[in-house]
Design a protein around this ligand. Structure first.
Ligand SMILES: [Zn+2]
Length: 309
């Protein structure tokens, strides 16, 4: 694929001055701002097989059960579920996780009493969710309409929208055809205006080009949800696993690090790496906590409810 147009308004007029120019391998990318709607997105004019990049090591399926990552994710996802349960009555409630990955979130939601279903187009991930957790997962690409019977009380999308060519259209289709009146939508994406993004510039962990096509700001995400007639009930800017690790990489870039920390953690767990993590972790947590209090955390999580029509 090539990627020239704004994912939100489809305009082909990026501002002349790129925010960043990034070379990866033999490919050149630009992070640009749309002249028409101000959205920030990844621009590239050479043909790149982005789907192939999802098979790379960073995205490979691993069984993390019993590891510290699993415990952190469990803690984090359960906090999100508790927030959902403050708004939606769990009893007989159905939940759809769009982009369910290995099914961790759905598994925890099921344990708390939700009737859960998922969508995941990566076959290795979907198989993991089906086999390890016994979950019902649709694997076909979504082009609109009802999913697995539709009529959900809760729909969640964790780090999905930034990967899509047309995030606004997909979200609208998904919500109109699948979310109940008074149903709750939970969306989490990286925050391009976060302190960690500013600190690291083109080396920000969650820039993740070219897999990330969109780079959302607080205002843009608000506008998308607001245009869909949803009421935003709560915004959160803190994530233990993605926010803190993003801030840690940003701090390291200050000292010259140019790697991809999530990849290094999976591939080269050396003593030095673990030591550096232990030393910088308290700073990363503290800085990220302060940033999130100023709405400048590395990720944004919005809870938005369907208005009663
Ligand atoms: Zn635009």
């Amino acid at each position: 694929m090539i990627h020239l147009n704004c994912p939100i308004c489809k305009s082909n007029r990026p501002k002349d001055q790129a925010i960043f120019k990034i070379k990866k391998g033999t490919y050149n990318y630009q992070i640009v701002r749309c002249q028409d709607c101000n959205h920030i997105y990844t621009f590239f004019d050479t043909d790149i097989d982005v789907s192939k990049l999802y098979d790379e090591q960073d995205y490979q399926v691993r069984d993390t059960k019993g590891t510290i990552f699993y415990s952190i994710q469990k803690f984090e996802y359960e906090a999100v579920l508790k927030q959902i349960m403050k708004i939606i009555d769990t009893k007989n409630s159905s939940l759809l996780d769009f982009g369910a990955g290995k099914g961790l979130f759905l598994n925890f939601a099921q344990e708390l009493g939700f009737k859960v279903k998922g969508v995941e187009t990566s076959i290795p991930r979907a198989s993991y969710a089906q086999q390890v957790f016994g979950l019902e997962i649709a694997t076909n690409t979504y082009n609109g309409g009802e999913i697995l019977g539709g009529n959900f009380n809760v729909i969640t999308l964790f780090h999905v929208l930034e990967h899509l060519d047309q995030p606004k259209n997909l979200l609208k289709n998904l919500v109109v055809n699948n979310l109940n009146p008074k149903g709750l939508l939970v969306v989490e994406v990286p925050n391009i205006l976060s302190w960690q993004a500013k600190l690291a510039g083109k080396h920000w962990l969650h820039l993740d080009i070219p897999r990330h096509l969109s780079h959302f700001s607080e205002e843009k995400l608000f506008n998308i949800l607001n245009d869909m007639n949803l009421t935003i009930i709560k915004k959160e800017f803190f994530s233990w696993h993605l926010g803190v690790i993003g801030m840690m990489q940003s701090i390291w870039t200050w000292f010259g690090y140019k790697g991809f920390l999530i990849g290094d953690l999976k591939e080269k767990k050396t003593i030095i790496l673990m030591l550096l993590i232990a030393i910088s972790l308290p700073f990363a947590i503290l800085l990220e906590l302060i940033a999130s209090l100023c709405n400048k955390g590395g990720v944004m999580r919005y809870y938005a409810q369907n208005k009663i029509s």
